[in-house]
Design a protein around this ligand. Sequence first.
Ligand code: RB5
Length: 149
Amino acid sequence: MFDKRKILLIGSDHGGFEMKKFIKENLIKDGYKIKDFGTNSTASVDYPDFIHPLAKSINDNKNELGIILCGSGNGAQMTANKYKNVRAALCWTEEQAELSRKHNNANIISLPGRFIDFKLALKMVKIFLTTDFEGGRHIQRVNKISQIR
Ligand code: RB5
């Protein structure tokens, strides 16, 4: 369960901007404190310019969680996962959002802003924020993710 006293990070490119706005407004209503890394309009931008600063923050402050979006969710996720301590999960279903926390200890959820319903996206974010890592057999597996060979 994400502690609402902490700052939740959110960022997107133009492809995820409208969905980001929707999610951010709803989370603020629910009492979350949000740091928005942009972008701030639907004008075309390069997603790495907005995702790198967010991912670096999560990489350096391990207790944070983040939400990233682009048109497909792929470019944002690929950028974020360049950081050793980042585990960004691209999610299309509620089950994936739940498992990304329970099994993978994901610290970022990546959403496809152009391909899913805004309400489903918000549901997945809420699941992501309220589900804990199960630990146990998953600890060793998660630790191995950054051990490149
Ligand atoms: C932008 O047109 C689009 O390429 C971007 O939002 C994203 O889908 C990239 O993975």
